[in-house]
Design a binder for this molecule. Sequence first.
Ligand code: MG
Length: 329
Amino acid sequence: MNFNVDLGSFKFCWSVELTCFDHLLKVFSIKMEYEGRYRMAAAKYDCLLFDLDDTLYPYSSGIAAACGQNIKDYMVEKLGIERSKIEDLGNLLYKNYGTTMAGLRAIGYDFDYDDYHSFVHGRLPYENLKPDPVLRSLLLSLPLRKIIFTNADKVHAVKVLSRLGLEDCFEGIICFETLNPTHKNNVSDDEDDIAFVESAASTTTSANGPEIFDIIGHFAQPNPSLVALPKTPIVCKPSELAIEKALKIASINPQRTLFFEDSVRNIQAGKRVGLDTVLIGKSQRVKGADYAFESIHNIKEAIPELWESDMKSEVGYPGQVAVETSVTA
Ligand SMILES: [Mg+2]
């Protein structure tokens, strides 16, 4: 006799004799195994964690370049650093501390964080960011938690999301203020964070008096790795502590979360704390990246299973203002 077994999108038609009962059992066990795997894949994630800048909009917007220039200007105009040193100093601080701001604090510069953020972000060409209805539609149709995780301050994050027309697409924003809640130039309670380790590198004195660790001189030494760098009181990506803190604040299980980032080192830090990762802006995967695609717009064609969650009818945040959520600073 003939009978059909429907395996979702697959259809098997077997011709058997009634006496071949073992074949029947085999068919049904295949069907059960297929459905089990399908459910596991669909339910693999329950949260999507998104970096903001150069992840939800392209690097070509010019925002990153303008931000970099503003940081250099801040270092010269507000901190009195020689312009000839800015390039090397900025590179070393960014490389060793995650953000230039975190590095400036580590080596001894004291400044108001809100003043820094308003100077660096206040003059950005936000007009280059246009509403992105395609991304908005993709995000709103995703049946999973969606959270922003950025090193930038809240004002910048809200402005960018608003410009992109994505302000109601996320459950919340984890930003600078979230990870650095007592940031009014207070040094950390943790002595390790503020202890300057003895170094052969010389220190200089800024116009305001505090000793400045000479990080350029430090790396000009024959064996700079033998001497520890001063620590920063600022918590930011790519430190694993920052990522773990963010996960805890938003009650995120890293084993069930997909992390979208344009920064390779942030991707690798995310992988170390257990997140699955998507590198945005590159088509080639790197170590630590589970996926890589050029644009966040590729998300549905690259990972269609994200839309196949059982949670489809339970979530979604249209109409909710991001800054009013519990995980927002
Ligand atoms: Mg980024």
